[in-house]
Design a protein around this ligand. Structure first.
Ligand code: HAM
Length: 484
């Protein structure tokens, strides 16, 4: 039964609460004074004491000895709530497109990435964490997961499954890049791959539609999709184009920076990726791949564009979008978002029809993408989409042995109803308990003293407005289950 609390009839704990509310100002003041006194004393502690000034530097040094490795970081609450929300949304959206989850290992043979991503790429030649395992095999922390998914496809004979096989993954990747905002050495990707079956342009468009739906669901700000086709590796298509590009680049070689000069010989397409200001006007004059695609690749690209139109997906064409991994052909795409500075690519992907075969599997069509989850989260945070600090529904302020036993029982009942409960492990004065309840952002404090338990009348305090209500046990549990 619900009963309004009147100060004349309140049992011990509830009475104390009323008094405490009046005295709170005084407690705050005396706490501050004690704090001032203790901190002041520590600063002037006698020489030789553990906290003396001469010992402080070594104490600080010992404390800061272990730090997360450069380019790696701890993801902590409340931010992890946003990570979970993003991942749950990915699972939900990708599920509606018929994708299932794959969890490949983080360690793979180095050779897998050398062959798939390309030995001359920055990722493989400079950025992989590679070590010799105890059996002397060369092993690497995965810098990306497309190669792993293809390895797994071959290893498990997935070509026997109804095609195409649609898989997604969520997890950490490792690249030893120079850390900066949005660029880490351990970062997280949410990726998806479609393997086998046909290379129908509708598949390319649906994969892009899926990632755009996901971003839309998250209300990611400033999303911009860019697409391109880099054709296929034949003389009448990309190979011919690359030869022309290389010849054109050799003619302007002296006007280019050292990185681009080197790339003219190792990977001319990557020169198009350059962000160097002084190279931009030169790059604009170079031959464009769209003018050198073979008829089939041209038709495929046109059909992808038409399919995107049918799905209402807005995009911009970018002839310089070549991507930094060797396995791509035909469709390539990248998505940028707001609030990220120079590292604004939040997703990259494309078609890779010969990768499975290159890794020793059957001829297999493939297309996919990977989202940089760290950047996605940064962009959401910059847009103010930060989760509220998760509080507790109920803080049980108990005092007395009998009350503790009752509190344990109440906590069990409430938790089994999905209500979050903080149950202090040791007795606290009610004042302390309420302070802690507020710090933990609790909605209610359930006041349980031995008297309350004996009388079967429990007090519930709403921390936001200080209102108190009294309930008999079963009604209180019902009330909480209904109101939370
Ligand atoms: P990627 O372009 O190398 O492609 O990476 C995809 C996304 O991962 C980037 O757009 C970026 O958001 C994020 N990313 C990459 N490096 C870092 C880093 N150091 N720190 C933070 N985020 C980073 C791939 O990895 C391909 N496997 C994508 C793919 C899947 N293509 C076909 N299927």
């Amino acid at each position: 039964m619900l009963a309004a609390t009147s100060s004349t009839k309140t049992p011990t704990a509830a009475k104390w609460l009323v008094a405490h509310d009046r005295q709170r100002g005084f407690f705050r003041l005396s706490f501050s004074l004690w704090h001032f006194f203790i901190v002041g004393t520590a600063r002037t502690a006698a020489p030789g004491s553990v906290f003396s000034e001469e010992n402080l530097p070594s104490l600080v040094a010992t404390k800061s000895k272990f730090q997360a490795i450069r380019g790696t970081r701890d993801l902590l609450p409340p931010e992890t709530a946003l990570w979970n929300h993003v991942e749950e949304t990915a699972r939900q959206v990708f599920g509606t497109f018929g994708f299932g989850e794959i969890r490949p290992p983080i360690l793979e043979p180095t050779e897998l990435f050398a062959r798939a991503v390309g030995g001359d790429t920055d990722i493989v030649s400079k950025e992989m964490y590679t070590f010799e395992d105890r059996d002397e095999s060369s092993t690497s922390l995965r810098p990306e997961a497309t190669a792993s998914v293809c390895r797994s496809y071959i290893e498990h004979g997935m070509q026997q499954l109804p095609l195409p096989v649609k898989l997604y993954y969520i997890g950490p990747m490792f690249r030893r890049e120079r850390p900066q905002k949005g660029r880490y050495r351990q970062f997280y990707q949410i990726g998806a791959e479609v393997l086998g079956g046909t290379d129908a342009p509708a598949i390319d468009a649906e994969v892009i539609e899926m990632v755009m739906t996901f971003f839309d669901r998250l209300q990611l700000p400033g999303v911009q999709l860019e697409i391109n086709s880099i054709g296929h590796n034949a003389e009448n298509c990309r190979a011919g184009y690359v030869a022309r590009l290389q010849a054109a680049l050799r003619e302007v070689r002296d006007k280019l920076g050292p990185d681009s000069q080197r790339r003219i010989e190792t990977n001319p397409l990557r020169v198009l990726d350059s962000k160097l200001e002084q190279e931009q006007s030169i790059i604009e004059t170079l031959p464009r791949i769209a003018d050198h695609l073979c008829d089939q690749c041209k038709a495929h690209y046109a059909a992808v564009e038409q399919q995107l139109g049918m799905r209402g997906v807005r995009y911009r064409e970018n002839w310089r979008l070549v991507r930094g991994l060797d396995y791509y052909m035909r469709t390539t795409f990248e998505i940028t978002a707001a609030g990220l500075g120079s590292q604004n690519a939040v997703c990259g992907g494309g078609r890779y029809d010969s990768l499975v075969e290159l890794l020793g599997g059957p001829p297999t069509k493939g297309i996919g993408f990977a989202i940089g989850e760290d950047r996605l989260i940064l962009s959401l945070e910059e847009a103010g989409k930060v989760p509220a600090t998760a509080g507790r529904d109920v803080y049980i302020a108990w005092m007395g042995e009998q009350a503790f036993a009752t509190a344990i029982r109440a906590a069990k009942t409430l938790r089994s109803a999905g209500i979050s409960v903080e149950l202090p492990p040791a007795e606290q004065k009610f004042g302390k308990a309420l302070e802690r309840a507020s710090k933990l952002n609790s909605r209610y404090a359930l006041i349980l003293g031995d008297n309350e338990v004996a009388e079967g009348s429990w007090t519930l305090k709403t921390l936001a407005d200080g209102m108190q209500q009294k309930f008999a046990e079963p009604e209180l549990l019902d009330f909480l289950k209904r109101s939370l």
